[in-house]
Ligand binder design. Structure first.
Ligand code: EPZ
Length: 424
């Protein structure tokens, strides 16, 4: 089993290129099921979740050629509509095949994804959306059995809670339905926006892109002529590297970012006291974080986009250990997303939690220790804290990290960190 050995207290400097967004690439891979032609996706991050999704598509009968940050998918040969437990259990985002399979084949079986470390992760909103589009849904033997013998029909789909992949699944299904669908309380994440833009580019009529009300005129079963697409930069990977610069009080430049997607993260870092060089733009650009003398404590309340992202909560908690005073974090999206607290405490952090609130004592000396990753973003927080810690830390179960960060240790070492990937 791989683990990372991090020797802390190095200053960082230089430039790091941000990879494509994992959570956008996953939705686009699901979209390929609806393609009439060969679909090419570029700027795909080289991470485990992408390989898992490609394997899922192959298991359905598609061919996927994943090489050098590009994936070429031919889904014309799909002859299977069952997404099996053994693959789905490895990655919850597999639920994203439900909408496209149902829309194209009018039936499918998808294993229930089950929970994960950060929460029970139900899929009831996904199932309700499919039923509103005319599907019959049954749960049998741990599988979702979905059918729509007359095809899907447009409808209004209200979401009780904002759900990122729930919204994407509804959009994917509605794009092949007969007639118009309106999604209410839709997620506004950049990953959802990119899906809508790709659909619009191939002729699907979509209004309200980026808003909480999205209307889609479906193609009535007609497969889509998808154009070659480049995945947007990963805003969470970018935020993670900004914290790497911040926690080591270094000057580093991130290339290949969309600062508009990072706005909330940038404003929080400026509130803490960092000076950043950037322009807020929806175009691809750079951003530089500079050292600062004093780090102010802060409060974070996680919310759906454009609110403060839950996927950056753990990373900011690591930074909070170095700020002047007590910082507060309120986690509102997942019921168990403080798994990194006990591990940060092994490095010397002084954190108390009560339900979804964490209180972090600042100006804390961190000292290297053995720690264990528990989920994707928690593991990146442990890397960040160990960059600051005195001495050496060993971070175990880094398969969590490999799911969503491309070559994290290589990118950090190129900036001046001292990280070894070893086998235990
Ligand atoms: C997406 O997960 C992301 N994953 C997560 O990123 C991210 O943390 C999350 O959105 C929130 O931003 C992908 O895009 C692949 P939700 P998703 O549905 O869609 C509840 C990472 O680090 N809910 O927006 O699964 C749910 O329990 C991952 O890359 C239901 O109750 O999250 C949660 O409390 C971790 N029923 C809330 O809604 C449902 O049917 C938001 O979840 C669906 C969700």
């Amino acid at each position: 089993m791989d683990f990372l050995r991090v020797t802390g207290e190095n200053k960082l400097n230089g430039k790091v290129k941000i990879s494509g967004a994992k959570n956008s690439a996953l939705v686009l891979l699901a979209l390929s099921i609806l393609s009439k032609n060969i679909f090419t996706i570029q700027n795909i991050p080289n991470v485990a979740d992408i390989k898992t999704f490609a394997k899922l598509l192959q298991n359905l009968g598609a061919t996927t050629n994943l090489y050098n940050h590009e994936c070429i998918i031919d889904s014309s040969l799909i002859n299977e509509t069952k997404a099996i437990y053994d693959i789905v259990r490895k990655m919850r985002a597999s639920i994203l095949v439900l909408g496209p399979l149902l829309a194209r084949f009018r039936k499918c079986e998808v294993s229930l994804p089950g929970g994960c470390a950060i929460g029970s992760r139900p899929v009831d909103f996904h199932l309700k959306a499919m039923e509103l589009l005319g599907a019959n849904i049954a749960i049998k033997g741990g599988y979702i059995i979905a059918s729509a013998k007359n095809g899907l029909k447009g409808n209004t789909i209200p979401f009780d809670k904002i759900s990122v992949t729930g919204t994407s699944n509804a959009i994917l299904a509605a794009s092949l339905a007969k007639g118009k669908s309106v999604i209410l309380n839709a997620a506004r994440e950049p990953e959802v926006v990119q899906l809508c833009e790709v659909l619009k580019n191939c002729g699907i009529h979509i209004d309200g892109i980026g808003s909480s009300e999205i209307s889609i005129l479906g193609s009535d079963g007609e497969l889509l002529n998808l154009q070659k697409t480049e995945v947007i930069p990963d805003r969470i990977e970018a935020g993670t590297y900004l914290i790497a610069g911040g926690i080591t009080n270094s000057k580093i430049t991130l290339q290949n970012v969309i600062t508009k997607h990072l706005e909330n993260i940038i404003l929080k870092l400026e509130e803490i006291g960092f000076k950043l060089d950037y322009k807020i733009t929806k175009e691809i650009s750079n951003i530089t974080i500079n050292p600062t003398k004093k780090l102010n404590s802060f409060k974070i309340i996680t919310k759906e986009y454009p609110g403060f992202p839950t996927d950056m909560q753990a990373q900011f908690m690591a930074l909070a250990t170095q700020c002047d005073g007590v910082s507060l974090i309120e986690e509102n999206l997942f019921e168990n997303r403080f798994m990194h607290v006990n591990e940060l405490k092994r490095l010397g952090a002084k954190i108390t939690t009560s339900r979804n609130l964490a209180q972090i004592q600042g100006c804390t000396k961190l000292v290297g220790a053995d720690v264990m990753a528990t989920d994707l973003r928690a593991s990146s927080a442990l890397v960040l804290a160990s960059l600051k810690a005195q001495g050496t830390s060993n971070i175990h179960r880094i398969y969590h990290l490999d799911r969503g960060y491309e070559e994290l240790e290589n990118k950090l070492n190129a900036l001046g960190a001292n990280i070894l990937r070893l086998k235990s």
